[in-house]
Structure formats: C-alpha cells, structure tokens
Design a protein around this ligand. Sequence first.
Ligand SMILES: NC(=O)C1=CN([C@@H]2O[C@H](COP(=O)(O)OP(=O)(O)OC[C@H]3O[C@@H](n4cnc5c(N)ncnc54)[C@H](O)[C@@H]3O)[C@@H](O)[C@H]2O)C=CC1
Ligand SMILES: O=C(O)[C@@H]1CCC=N1
Length: 269
Amino acid sequence: MKKIAIIGSGNIGLSLAKGLVKANYTTTKNITLTRRNTANLYKFAQERYKVTANNAEAAAEADVIILAVLPQQLNLVLDEIQPAINPAKHLVISVISGVSCAAVREKLDSDVQIIRAMPNTAIAIGQSMTCIASDNASPQNMEDVTRMFETVGSVVKINEDLMTSATALCACGIAFFLRGIRAASQGGVEIGFHADEALKMAVQTAKGAADLLLLHGTHPESEIDKVTSPKGCTIAGLNEMEHNGFSSSLIKGIKLSALKAGNLYTKES
Ligand SMILES: NC(=O)C1=CN([C@@H]2O[C@H](COP(=O)(O)OP(=O)(O)OC[C@H]3O[C@@H](n4cnc5c(N)ncnc54)[C@H](O)[C@@H]3O)[C@@H](O)[C@H]2O)C=CC1
Ligand SMILES: O=C(O)[C@@H]1CCC=N1
C-alpha cells in the first residue's frame, strides 16, 4: 500500500484522510498528517495515523505527497520539502487553490510529477465532486489518482486552466448550497415549523432534488416543470425568488469566487 503524506492537515486535509480510510482505500497507518501544532491532531494519533510537524521527513517517507496548506503558507512548505523530493519516487498532489503545477515544480526545483485536485469537504463522507488536472503526470498516475478520488466521490478530469472555475463551482459550492438550505429552513420557521424540523425538512428536500437529477439524468428545469402546477403556489414562490435575483446572485457569486480563487497565491508570499 502506498504511503501518503498530507502536508497541512486542516479542514480539507483531514476530510480527505477520513474519507480515504472510511472508503477502505488505505489505513490510518499509511497516512502521515503534518501540522505546525501537532497537539491539534491528538485524536488522529490515537487512531494510529502518523502525526508530525516535520514536513521534510513526512515527504521523504511518502510515495504520495498531498499539499493541503493555504496558498499563502505554500512557499514555506515547498522550501521545507524541496530537499526531500525524489522525482523517481514521489507523486505530488496539490489541492491548493490558484497555484499551477508549473509554479509548484518551479519552487521545488524538480521535474516531479504533479497533479492538481480540487475536492470538497463532502470527501469525508465519500460524496466529493473532485476535479483533477496535470501538465506532466503520466497516464498511469492520472488513472491511479482518479481511482483514489473515485473511492470518495465523483471525479472529472479537466484542463488545468479551468481549475479555479472548479474551485468556485465545486469546492466553494458546498458552502453555497448549504447557505441555500439554511435560508430555506429559515423560511420554514417563518411559516410555522420549529427550527429543528424546518432544517430536517429542508435538508431532505434538497437531497431529494439533487438525487432526482443524479438518478434521472434530467435537467433541473424539467424536474421543476413537474412541480409548478398552473396558477399554483410553486411558480408564485419561484418567480418571487427570481424577481429578487435568486439565479443571478448565485451566478455572480460563483463568478467572483472563481476570480478570487485565481488570485490567492503570489510567488513571493
Ligand atoms: N476547505 C475546503 O473546502 C477546500 C480547501 N482547498 C484548499 O486546501 C487548502 C487548505 O484549505 P483548508 O483546509 O480550508 O485550510 P486550513 O487552514 O483548515 O488547513 C491548513 C492547515 O495547514 C496547516 N499548516 C499551515 N502551515 C503549515 C506548515 N508549515 N506545515 C504543516 N502544516 C501547516 C495549518 O495548521 C492548517 O491545519 C487551501 O489551499 C484551499 O484552497 C481545496 C478544496 C476545498
Ligand atoms: O475558501 C477557500 O479559499 C477554499 C478554496 C475552496 C474552498 N475553500
């Protein structure tokens, strides 16, 4: 089994680790988690993950190095692991938004193979939408990484120049849809339900809507057509939402997130 080092074990790094273990892709003993303050990883050490603050050592011992720090923390990490990189042994996977494969390679001063992956936090429960791209990985490594992420959700291979768009639509998208569910539950409270029941109803309704599209393979509008009875209450509510900018605000938000995702990293930071 390949040894995996997750450099920067925060929200997405830990979600990924948990997802891979839950899917039986690997075991905790094959994953090294790094973080500056390892006290925050105590619970994971108890589950027999390897835990360390030493990025270079973790990288040296791994076959697959997963970079999962913030863009502004990346340069320091790359300086640390650079001496440990062996292109014949290592595959680097970066989940960092807005940093190209070429920029990582340049900092590592190495022609090591790099794959960018953009998962989302639903990876912890095997429900991620993960986009992957590379400018130098072998077909075999692309296949292996696709298979790895398929154990924790769906995978789409994309061109690297669409990676910031994938960040906005899929990674940030989790937050956008969650906010939509919260808003629906708040509406539910206004019309008579207690908060806990309103949330439960909104969540299951959202899940049902997503599953209709996944299982029927239909377009949202065709499923909407089945709900909107003529002169009915659905179309009245839907049109009121549109008059207030529902679709427009989602589209604008996704566009701004994509723009921001492309500007999170500077070579000099
Ligand atoms: N949170 C999300 O849903 C997603 C995040 N990403 C990307 O993943 C990266 C991490 O994001 P988050 O997990 O949200 O951030 P986070 O702040 O939760 O995690 C970053 C972790 O890196 C650790 N860290 C910082 N400097 C370090 C160093 N020198 N050595 C070792 N560990 C170090 C921090 O202690 C922290 O635990 C970002 O680049 C983000 O763009 C990508 C997809 C989804
Ligand atoms: O908000 C962020 O910058 C990161 C990237 C995608 C999800 N979280």
